[in-house]
Design a protein around this ligand. Sequence first.
Ligand code: GLN
Length: 500
Amino acid sequence: MAREASNVNEAGNPGLVDTASDNTGIGGHPKGLTTLFFTEMWERFSYYGMRALLILYMTSAVAAGGLGFDTRTAAGIYGAYTGSVYLMSLPGGWIADNLLGTRNAVLLGGIIIALGHYSMAVPSIWTFYIGLTLIVIGTGLLKPNVSAIVGSLYSENDERRDAGFSIFYMGINLGAFIAPLICSYLGERIDWHLGFGAAGVGMTLGLIQYWAGRGRLSHVGHAPMLSSDQWRKNAVTGAILIGIIGGAVGLLYFGPEIIQKNRMWIMVTGIVFFLMWLFAFYLKPEEKKPVGVIVVLFFFSIVFWACFEQAGSSFNLFARDFTNRIAFGREFPTGWYQSVNSIFLIALAPIFSLLWLKMGRSQPSSPVKFSLGLVFVGLGAALLAMASTLIGGPGQVVGPWWLVGVYLFQTIGELCLSPVGLSTTTKLAPSRLTGLMMGIWFLSISFGNFAAGEAAGYFEGGSQQALVGLFSKVAAVPIAAALVLLALTPFIKKMMGKVN
Ligand code: GLN
Protein backbone atom coordinates (compact mmCIF):
# COMPACT_ATOMS: atom_id res chain seq x y z
CA MET A 1 0.00 0.00 0.00
CA ALA A 2 1.27 3.41 -0.87
CA ARG A 3 1.74 5.60 2.16
CA GLU A 4 1.08 9.27 2.49
CA ALA A 5 4.15 11.06 1.27
CA SER A 6 5.73 13.65 3.49
CA ASN A 7 5.77 17.04 1.87
CA VAL A 8 9.21 18.16 2.87
CA ASN A 9 10.67 20.69 0.55
CA GLU A 10 14.35 21.28 1.14
CA ALA A 11 15.27 24.67 -0.22
CA GLY A 12 17.45 24.71 -3.24
CA ASN A 13 17.17 21.03 -4.08
CA PRO A 14 14.33 20.44 -6.45
CA GLY A 15 15.22 16.76 -6.50
CA LEU A 16 14.10 16.27 -2.93
CA VAL A 17 10.69 17.66 -3.76
CA ASP A 18 10.20 14.91 -6.31
CA THR A 19 11.47 12.19 -4.05
CA ALA A 20 9.63 13.23 -0.94
CA SER A 21 6.29 13.18 -2.70
CA ASP A 22 7.08 10.10 -4.76
CA ASN A 23 5.55 6.89 -3.50
CA THR A 24 5.28 5.07 -6.79
CA GLY A 25 8.13 2.63 -6.19
CA ILE A 26 8.34 -0.65 -4.29
CA GLY A 27 6.20 -0.62 -1.08
CA GLY A 28 5.17 3.05 -1.42
CA HIS A 29 8.76 4.25 -1.65
CA PRO A 30 10.35 6.58 -4.21
CA LYS A 31 10.61 4.78 -7.54
CA GLY A 32 14.37 5.18 -7.51
CA LEU A 33 14.39 2.57 -4.74
CA THR A 34 12.99 0.00 -7.16
CA THR A 35 15.91 0.58 -9.52
CA LEU A 36 18.47 0.40 -6.70
CA PHE A 37 16.79 -2.68 -5.22
CA PHE A 38 17.34 -4.60 -8.46
CA THR A 39 20.80 -3.17 -9.09
CA GLU A 40 21.97 -4.38 -5.69
CA MET A 41 20.04 -7.63 -5.99
CA TRP A 42 21.91 -8.50 -9.21
CA GLU A 43 25.23 -7.25 -7.90
CA ARG A 44 24.87 -9.47 -4.82
CA PHE A 45 23.70 -12.27 -7.11
CA SER A 46 27.02 -12.06 -8.92
CA TYR A 47 29.02 -11.70 -5.70
CA TYR A 48 27.47 -14.59 -3.77
CA GLY A 49 27.07 -16.80 -6.84
CA MET A 50 30.78 -16.63 -7.52
CA ARG A 51 31.65 -16.81 -3.82
CA ALA A 52 29.75 -20.09 -3.44
CA LEU A 53 32.07 -21.64 -6.02
CA LEU A 54 35.34 -19.94 -5.21
CA ILE A 55 36.90 -22.18 -2.55
CA LEU A 56 35.49 -25.33 -4.11
CA TYR A 57 37.02 -24.41 -7.46
CA MET A 58 40.40 -23.55 -5.96
CA THR A 59 40.62 -26.79 -3.96
CA SER A 60 39.30 -29.12 -6.67
CA ALA A 61 41.81 -31.31 -8.40
CA VAL A 62 43.14 -30.12 -11.75
CA ALA A 63 41.70 -33.28 -13.28
CA ALA A 64 38.25 -32.14 -12.08
CA GLY A 65 38.74 -28.79 -13.75
CA GLY A 66 39.79 -27.02 -10.53
CA LEU A 67 43.02 -25.26 -9.62
CA GLY A 68 44.31 -28.00 -7.32
CA PHE A 69 45.39 -25.61 -4.53
CA ASP A 70 45.94 -26.96 -1.03
CA THR A 71 43.38 -25.85 1.55
CA ARG A 72 45.64 -23.35 3.30
CA THR A 73 46.59 -21.53 0.09
CA ALA A 74 42.97 -21.52 -1.11
CA ALA A 75 41.61 -20.24 2.20
CA GLY A 76 44.29 -17.54 2.27
CA ILE A 77 43.39 -16.33 -1.24
CA TYR A 78 39.70 -16.53 -0.37
CA GLY A 79 40.31 -14.35 2.72
CA ALA A 80 42.50 -11.94 0.76
CA TYR A 81 39.78 -11.56 -1.86
CA THR A 82 36.81 -11.08 0.48
CA GLY A 83 38.86 -8.87 2.82
CA SER A 84 39.98 -6.68 -0.09
CA VAL A 85 36.43 -6.27 -1.36
CA TYR A 86 35.47 -4.51 1.88
CA LEU A 87 38.79 -2.65 2.14
CA MET A 88 38.30 -1.26 -1.36
CA SER A 89 35.07 0.42 -0.29
CA LEU A 90 37.23 3.07 1.39
CA PRO A 91 38.82 4.40 -1.83
CA GLY A 92 35.52 3.57 -3.58
CA GLY A 93 33.68 6.09 -1.43
CA TRP A 94 36.48 8.63 -1.88
CA ILE A 95 36.47 8.27 -5.66
CA ALA A 96 32.71 8.84 -5.79
CA ASP A 97 32.93 11.95 -3.61
CA ASN A 98 35.96 13.46 -5.29
CA LEU A 99 35.97 12.25 -8.86
CA LEU A 100 33.14 10.35 -10.46
CA GLY A 101 30.03 11.22 -8.48
CA THR A 102 27.97 8.51 -6.80
CA ARG A 103 25.83 7.44 -9.74
CA ASN A 104 28.73 7.12 -12.15
CA ALA A 105 30.76 5.24 -9.54
CA VAL A 106 27.97 2.67 -9.32
CA LEU A 107 27.80 2.35 -13.10
CA LEU A 108 31.54 2.01 -13.57
CA GLY A 109 31.77 -0.35 -10.60
CA GLY A 110 29.10 -2.60 -12.12
CA ILE A 111 30.86 -2.69 -15.48
CA ILE A 112 34.18 -3.61 -13.84
CA ILE A 113 32.48 -6.33 -11.74
CA ALA A 114 30.83 -7.87 -14.81
CA LEU A 115 34.17 -7.87 -16.66
CA GLY A 116 35.74 -9.55 -13.63
CA HIS A 117 33.25 -12.40 -13.67
CA TYR A 118 33.58 -12.84 -17.43
CA SER A 119 37.33 -12.93 -17.00
CA MET A 120 36.90 -15.77 -14.51
CA ALA A 121 34.72 -17.56 -17.02
CA VAL A 122 37.85 -18.01 -19.16
CA PRO A 123 39.77 -21.06 -17.92
CA SER A 124 43.30 -19.89 -17.11
CA ILE A 125 45.11 -18.91 -13.96
CA TRP A 126 45.76 -15.38 -15.21
CA THR A 127 42.16 -14.66 -16.06
CA PHE A 128 41.29 -16.05 -12.62
CA TYR A 129 43.50 -13.56 -10.77
CA ILE A 130 42.61 -10.67 -13.10
CA GLY A 131 38.94 -11.48 -12.54
CA LEU A 132 39.27 -11.43 -8.75
CA THR A 133 41.13 -8.11 -8.90
CA LEU A 134 38.49 -6.53 -11.12
CA ILE A 135 35.67 -7.70 -8.84
CA VAL A 136 37.48 -6.23 -5.82
CA ILE A 137 37.87 -2.83 -7.51
CA GLY A 138 34.36 -2.83 -9.00
CA THR A 139 32.67 -3.80 -5.75
CA GLY A 140 34.65 -1.11 -3.93
CA LEU A 141 33.15 1.41 -6.34
CA LEU A 142 29.61 0.05 -6.36
CA LYS A 143 28.77 -1.24 -2.90
CA PRO A 144 29.28 1.79 -0.61
CA ASN A 145 27.86 4.17 -3.18
CA VAL A 146 24.69 2.33 -4.06
CA SER A 147 23.79 2.44 -0.34
CA ALA A 148 24.63 6.13 -0.23
CA ILE A 149 22.17 6.78 -3.07
CA VAL A 150 19.47 4.86 -1.21
CA GLY A 151 20.05 7.23 1.72
CA SER A 152 19.73 10.29 -0.50
CA LEU A 153 16.33 9.21 -1.82
CA TYR A 154 14.83 10.40 1.45
CA SER A 155 14.86 13.83 2.97
CA GLU A 156 16.20 13.98 6.51
CA ASN A 157 12.85 13.71 8.24
CA ASP A 158 11.22 11.26 5.85
CA GLU A 159 9.97 8.45 8.07
CA ARG A 160 10.28 5.92 5.28
CA ARG A 161 14.10 5.97 5.42
CA ASP A 162 14.68 2.98 7.76
CA ALA A 163 12.00 0.95 6.03
CA GLY A 164 13.68 1.85 2.72
CA PHE A 165 16.95 0.38 3.92
CA SER A 166 15.17 -2.76 5.13
CA ILE A 167 13.63 -3.24 1.68
CA PHE A 168 17.05 -2.67 0.14
CA TYR A 169 18.52 -5.30 2.50
CA MET A 170 15.86 -7.72 1.26
CA GLY A 171 17.12 -7.07 -2.28
CA ILE A 172 20.63 -7.98 -1.14
CA ASN A 173 19.44 -11.23 0.33
CA LEU A 174 17.16 -12.12 -2.53
CA GLY A 175 20.18 -11.96 -4.83
CA ALA A 176 22.30 -13.86 -2.32
CA PHE A 177 19.61 -16.53 -2.04
CA ILE A 178 19.02 -17.21 -5.73
CA ALA A 179 22.62 -16.98 -6.92
CA PRO A 180 24.16 -20.04 -5.24
CA LEU A 181 21.23 -22.17 -6.44
CA ILE A 182 21.97 -21.29 -10.08
CA CYS A 183 25.73 -20.74 -10.09
CA SER A 184 26.53 -23.80 -7.96
CA TYR A 185 24.39 -26.01 -10.12
CA LEU A 186 26.09 -24.81 -13.31
CA GLY A 187 29.56 -24.57 -11.76
CA GLU A 188 29.67 -27.81 -9.80
CA ARG A 189 27.63 -29.98 -12.14
CA ILE A 190 28.61 -28.75 -15.59
CA ASP A 191 31.68 -26.52 -15.65
CA TRP A 192 33.15 -24.16 -13.06
CA HIS A 193 33.52 -21.46 -15.66
CA LEU A 194 29.89 -21.64 -16.63
CA GLY A 195 29.05 -20.82 -13.01
CA PHE A 196 31.39 -17.81 -13.09
CA GLY A 197 29.88 -16.72 -16.39
CA ALA A 198 26.37 -16.91 -14.89
CA ALA A 199 27.51 -14.53 -12.15
CA GLY A 200 28.65 -12.14 -14.89
CA VAL A 201 25.31 -12.42 -16.69
CA GLY A 202 23.56 -11.48 -13.41
CA MET A 203 25.67 -8.34 -13.05
CA THR A 204 25.01 -7.48 -16.69
CA LEU A 205 21.23 -7.70 -16.13
CA GLY A 206 21.67 -5.44 -13.11
CA LEU A 207 23.56 -2.92 -15.23
CA ILE A 208 20.95 -2.94 -17.97
CA GLN A 209 18.14 -2.19 -15.56
CA TYR A 210 20.26 0.43 -13.74
CA TRP A 211 20.85 2.18 -17.05
CA ALA A 212 17.22 1.86 -18.10
CA GLY A 213 16.09 3.30 -14.75
CA ARG A 214 18.69 6.07 -14.60
CA GLY A 215 16.02 8.75 -15.11
CA ARG A 216 14.54 7.82 -11.72
CA LEU A 217 17.82 8.68 -10.06
CA SER A 218 18.80 11.77 -11.99
CA HIS A 219 18.02 14.00 -9.02
CA VAL A 220 19.89 12.07 -6.32
CA GLY A 221 23.47 11.23 -5.48
CA HIS A 222 26.04 13.92 -5.90
CA ALA A 223 28.83 14.68 -8.31
CA PRO A 224 31.78 16.97 -7.57
CA MET A 225 32.23 20.07 -9.73
CA LEU A 226 35.83 19.93 -10.83
CA SER A 227 38.05 21.82 -13.20
CA SER A 228 39.83 19.50 -15.60
CA ASP A 229 43.02 20.11 -13.67
CA GLN A 230 41.45 19.07 -10.37
CA TRP A 231 39.87 16.12 -12.09
CA ARG A 232 43.25 14.90 -13.28
CA LYS A 233 44.75 15.40 -9.83
CA ASN A 234 41.96 13.51 -8.10
CA ALA A 235 42.10 10.74 -10.70
CA VAL A 236 45.79 10.26 -9.91
CA THR A 237 45.07 10.28 -6.15
CA GLY A 238 42.28 7.71 -6.63
CA ALA A 239 44.55 5.46 -8.66
CA ILE A 240 47.26 5.78 -6.01
CA LEU A 241 44.80 4.85 -3.24
CA ILE A 242 43.73 1.73 -5.14
CA GLY A 243 47.37 0.99 -5.92
CA ILE A 244 48.44 1.26 -2.27
CA ILE A 245 45.75 -1.14 -1.10
CA GLY A 246 46.35 -3.53 -3.99
CA GLY A 247 50.10 -3.37 -3.44
CA ALA A 248 49.80 -3.94 0.30
CA VAL A 249 47.50 -6.95 -0.07
CA GLY A 250 49.70 -8.30 -2.89
CA LEU A 251 52.79 -8.02 -0.70
CA LEU A 252 51.12 -9.66 2.30
CA TYR A 253 49.83 -12.61 0.28
CA PHE A 254 52.33 -13.06 -2.54
CA GLY A 255 55.41 -11.22 -1.27
CA PRO A 256 58.53 -12.59 0.48
CA GLU A 257 57.84 -15.58 2.70
CA ILE A 258 58.67 -13.75 5.92
CA ILE A 259 55.94 -11.21 5.17
CA GLN A 260 53.43 -13.87 4.15
CA LYS A 261 54.04 -15.82 7.35
CA ASN A 262 53.57 -12.81 9.60
CA ARG A 263 50.83 -11.05 7.70
CA MET A 264 48.27 -11.16 10.50
CA TRP A 265 50.75 -9.57 12.92
CA ILE A 266 51.63 -6.95 10.35
CA MET A 267 47.94 -6.09 9.91
CA VAL A 268 47.37 -5.91 13.68
CA THR A 269 50.39 -3.63 14.07
CA GLY A 270 49.06 -1.44 11.25
CA ILE A 271 45.67 -1.12 12.97
CA VAL A 272 47.25 -0.29 16.33
CA PHE A 273 49.47 2.42 14.83
CA PHE A 274 46.54 3.90 12.93
CA LEU A 275 44.43 4.07 16.10
CA MET A 276 47.27 5.59 18.10
CA TRP A 277 47.67 8.28 15.46
CA LEU A 278 43.91 8.89 15.43
CA PHE A 279 43.70 9.44 19.17
CA ALA A 280 46.98 11.25 19.65
CA PHE A 281 46.85 13.67 16.73
CA TYR A 282 43.53 13.70 14.96
CA LEU A 283 40.64 13.66 17.39
CA LYS A 284 39.46 16.67 19.34
CA PRO A 285 39.16 16.03 23.09
CA GLU A 286 35.34 15.87 22.99
CA GLU A 287 35.43 13.34 20.15
CA LYS A 288 37.56 10.82 22.01
CA LYS A 289 34.77 9.22 24.05
CA PRO A 290 32.30 8.42 21.24
CA VAL A 291 35.09 7.36 18.88
CA GLY A 292 36.52 5.27 21.73
CA VAL A 293 33.24 3.33 21.83
CA ILE A 294 33.32 2.81 18.06
CA VAL A 295 36.88 1.51 18.36
CA VAL A 296 35.95 -0.93 21.14
CA LEU A 297 33.04 -2.23 19.06
CA PHE A 298 35.41 -2.36 16.06
CA PHE A 299 37.50 -5.07 17.72
CA PHE A 300 34.46 -7.15 18.65
CA SER A 301 33.11 -6.73 15.15
CA ILE A 302 36.34 -8.19 13.74
CA VAL A 303 35.89 -11.26 15.94
CA PHE A 304 32.29 -11.65 14.76
CA TRP A 305 33.04 -11.44 11.04
CA ALA A 306 36.12 -13.66 11.39
CA CYS A 307 33.76 -16.44 12.47
CA PHE A 308 30.75 -15.53 10.35
CA GLU A 309 32.68 -15.22 7.11
CA GLN A 310 33.94 -18.80 7.25
CA ALA A 311 30.54 -19.68 5.84
CA GLY A 312 31.89 -19.50 2.30
CA SER A 313 35.21 -21.16 3.09
CA SER A 314 35.64 -23.76 5.85
CA PHE A 315 31.89 -24.34 6.29
CA ASN A 316 31.54 -24.72 2.53
CA LEU A 317 34.33 -27.31 2.52
CA PHE A 318 32.61 -29.10 5.40
CA ALA A 319 29.43 -29.20 3.31
CA ARG A 320 31.34 -30.75 0.43
CA ASP A 321 33.42 -33.29 2.33
CA PHE A 322 31.40 -34.26 5.38
CA THR A 323 27.74 -33.68 4.70
CA ASN A 324 25.25 -35.99 3.16
CA ARG A 325 23.60 -33.71 0.63
CA ILE A 326 20.68 -35.86 -0.33
CA ALA A 327 17.19 -34.41 -0.52
CA PHE A 328 14.24 -36.23 -2.08
CA GLY A 329 16.56 -39.01 -3.17
CA ARG A 330 18.88 -36.74 -5.15
CA GLU A 331 22.17 -35.18 -4.26
CA PHE A 332 22.24 -31.39 -4.43
CA PRO A 333 25.28 -29.18 -5.10
CA THR A 334 27.46 -28.14 -2.14
CA GLY A 335 27.00 -24.43 -2.79
CA TRP A 336 23.26 -24.64 -2.22
CA TYR A 337 23.97 -24.37 1.49
CA GLN A 338 25.20 -20.84 0.81
CA SER A 339 21.57 -19.83 0.25
CA VAL A 340 20.44 -20.87 3.72
CA ASN A 341 21.68 -17.71 5.47
CA SER A 342 19.76 -15.46 3.11
CA ILE A 343 16.51 -17.38 3.31
CA PHE A 344 16.64 -17.25 7.12
CA LEU A 345 17.51 -13.59 6.94
CA ILE A 346 14.54 -12.77 4.74
CA ALA A 347 12.27 -14.74 7.09
CA LEU A 348 13.65 -13.41 10.38
CA ALA A 349 14.47 -9.77 9.62
CA PRO A 350 10.85 -8.59 9.94
CA ILE A 351 10.48 -10.52 13.20
CA PHE A 352 13.57 -8.84 14.65
CA SER A 353 12.41 -5.36 13.62
CA LEU A 354 9.06 -6.03 15.24
CA LEU A 355 10.71 -7.38 18.35
CA TRP A 356 12.92 -4.30 18.84
CA LEU A 357 9.98 -2.04 18.06
CA LYS A 358 7.75 -3.84 20.58
CA MET A 359 10.43 -3.77 23.28
CA GLY A 360 10.87 -0.05 22.67
CA ARG A 361 12.93 1.49 25.44
CA SER A 362 13.35 -1.81 27.26
CA GLN A 363 15.30 -3.38 24.39
CA PRO A 364 18.93 -4.35 25.06
CA SER A 365 21.58 -1.68 24.56
CA SER A 366 23.86 -1.90 21.54
CA PRO A 367 26.80 -3.53 23.37
CA VAL A 368 24.42 -6.18 24.72
CA LYS A 369 23.04 -6.81 21.23
CA PHE A 370 26.63 -7.08 20.02
CA SER A 371 27.31 -9.68 22.72
CA LEU A 372 24.24 -11.63 21.67
CA GLY A 373 25.48 -11.55 18.08
CA LEU A 374 28.82 -12.96 19.21
CA VAL A 375 27.18 -15.69 21.30
CA PHE A 376 24.98 -16.85 18.43
CA VAL A 377 27.76 -16.93 15.88
CA GLY A 378 29.73 -18.96 18.44
CA LEU A 379 26.82 -21.35 18.97
CA GLY A 380 26.68 -21.93 15.22
CA ALA A 381 30.32 -22.99 15.21
CA ALA A 382 29.75 -25.09 18.35
CA LEU A 383 27.09 -27.02 16.46
CA LEU A 384 29.55 -27.62 13.66
CA ALA A 385 32.17 -28.79 16.17
CA MET A 386 29.59 -31.28 17.50
CA ALA A 387 28.80 -32.43 13.98
CA SER A 388 32.52 -32.93 13.41
CA THR A 389 32.74 -35.34 16.34
CA LEU A 390 30.22 -37.58 14.57
CA ILE A 391 32.38 -38.14 11.53
CA GLY A 392 33.92 -41.53 12.16
CA GLY A 393 36.32 -42.11 9.33
CA PRO A 394 36.99 -41.07 5.77
CA GLY A 395 33.91 -41.02 3.60
CA GLN A 396 31.57 -40.76 6.60
CA VAL A 397 29.22 -37.85 6.62
CA VAL A 398 26.61 -36.16 8.81
CA GLY A 399 23.01 -35.34 7.88
CA PRO A 400 22.10 -32.17 5.97
CA TRP A 401 20.25 -30.53 8.89
CA TRP A 402 23.40 -29.82 10.89
CA LEU A 403 24.51 -27.06 8.56
CA VAL A 404 21.00 -25.65 8.37
CA GLY A 405 21.11 -25.28 12.17
CA VAL A 406 24.57 -23.71 11.97
CA TYR A 407 23.33 -21.08 9.52
CA LEU A 408 20.21 -20.42 11.58
CA PHE A 409 22.40 -19.49 14.57
CA GLN A 410 24.67 -17.43 12.34
CA THR A 411 21.74 -15.49 10.90
CA ILE A 412 20.33 -14.72 14.35
CA GLY A 413 23.81 -13.46 15.29
CA GLU A 414 23.97 -11.36 12.12
CA LEU A 415 20.58 -9.79 12.89
CA CYS A 416 21.71 -8.90 16.43
CA LEU A 417 25.01 -7.37 15.38
CA SER A 418 25.19 -6.17 11.81
CA PRO A 419 22.43 -3.51 11.68
CA VAL A 420 23.31 -2.41 15.21
CA GLY A 421 26.94 -1.89 14.26
CA LEU A 422 25.96 0.28 11.32
CA SER A 423 23.45 2.41 13.16
CA THR A 424 25.53 2.82 16.33
CA THR A 425 28.50 3.91 14.25
CA THR A 426 26.43 6.54 12.45
CA LYS A 427 24.82 7.71 15.68
CA LEU A 428 28.06 8.01 17.64
CA ALA A 429 30.24 9.45 14.89
CA PRO A 430 31.01 13.15 15.34
CA SER A 431 29.49 14.78 12.27
CA ARG A 432 32.79 15.84 10.72
CA LEU A 433 33.93 12.21 10.94
CA THR A 434 30.93 10.25 9.65
CA GLY A 435 32.77 9.06 6.54
CA LEU A 436 35.85 8.01 8.48
CA MET A 437 33.78 6.19 11.08
CA MET A 438 31.80 4.31 8.41
CA GLY A 439 35.18 3.45 6.97
CA ILE A 440 36.19 1.99 10.33
CA TRP A 441 33.07 -0.18 10.34
CA PHE A 442 33.89 -1.48 6.85
CA LEU A 443 37.48 -1.98 7.97
CA SER A 444 36.32 -4.27 10.77
CA ILE A 445 34.40 -6.40 8.24
CA SER A 446 37.46 -6.40 6.02
CA PHE A 447 39.84 -7.54 8.76
CA GLY A 448 37.27 -10.08 9.88
CA ASN A 449 37.39 -11.55 6.39
CA PHE A 450 41.18 -11.62 6.29
CA ALA A 451 41.22 -13.37 9.67
CA ALA A 452 38.49 -15.80 8.55
CA GLY A 453 40.75 -16.82 5.66
CA GLU A 454 43.63 -17.52 8.02
CA ALA A 455 41.43 -19.57 10.35
CA ALA A 456 39.82 -21.53 7.52
CA GLY A 457 43.32 -22.60 6.49
CA TYR A 458 43.25 -24.96 9.49
CA PHE A 459 40.55 -26.99 7.79
CA GLU A 460 42.82 -29.82 6.87
CA GLY A 461 40.32 -32.03 5.14
CA GLY A 462 40.16 -35.60 6.35
CA SER A 463 41.39 -35.13 9.89
CA GLN A 464 38.55 -35.17 12.36
CA GLN A 465 40.81 -33.80 15.04
CA ALA A 466 41.66 -30.75 12.95
CA LEU A 467 37.98 -30.05 12.33
CA VAL A 468 36.88 -30.37 15.93
CA GLY A 469 39.87 -28.22 16.93
CA LEU A 470 39.11 -25.52 14.36
CA PHE A 471 35.37 -25.28 14.97
CA SER A 472 35.63 -25.38 18.76
CA LYS A 473 38.01 -22.43 18.58
CA VAL A 474 35.66 -20.63 16.19
CA ALA A 475 32.97 -21.25 18.84
CA ALA A 476 34.99 -20.38 21.93
CA VAL A 477 36.59 -17.15 20.77
CA PRO A 478 33.38 -15.18 20.06
CA ILE A 479 31.65 -16.55 23.16
CA ALA A 480 34.62 -15.49 25.31
CA ALA A 481 34.60 -12.13 23.51
CA ALA A 482 30.88 -11.77 24.31
CA LEU A 483 31.60 -12.27 28.00
CA VAL A 484 34.33 -9.65 27.94
CA LEU A 485 32.02 -7.24 26.14
CA LEU A 486 29.25 -7.86 28.67
CA ALA A 487 31.70 -7.08 31.47
CA LEU A 488 32.66 -3.86 29.68
CA THR A 489 29.07 -2.85 28.95
CA PRO A 490 28.53 -0.57 31.99
CA PHE A 491 31.65 1.41 31.06
CA ILE A 492 30.72 1.53 27.38
CA LYS A 493 27.23 2.76 28.23
CA LYS A 494 28.71 5.52 30.34
CA MET A 495 30.95 6.54 27.44
CA MET A 496 28.02 6.47 25.04
CA GLY A 497 26.09 9.07 26.99
CA LYS A 498 22.60 9.48 25.55
CA VAL A 499 23.09 7.19 22.56
CA ASN A 500 22.15 3.59 23.30
N1 GLN B 1 25.12 -9.90 3.52
C1 GLN B 1 25.27 -8.48 3.51
C2 GLN B 1 25.78 -7.96 2.19
O1 GLN B 1 26.24 -8.71 1.40
C3 GLN B 1 26.15 -7.98 4.63
C4 GLN B 1 27.51 -8.51 4.62
C5 GLN B 1 28.39 -7.81 5.57
O2 GLN B 1 28.08 -6.71 6.06
N2 GLN B 1 29.50 -8.41 5.83
O3 GLN B 1 25.73 -6.80 1.93
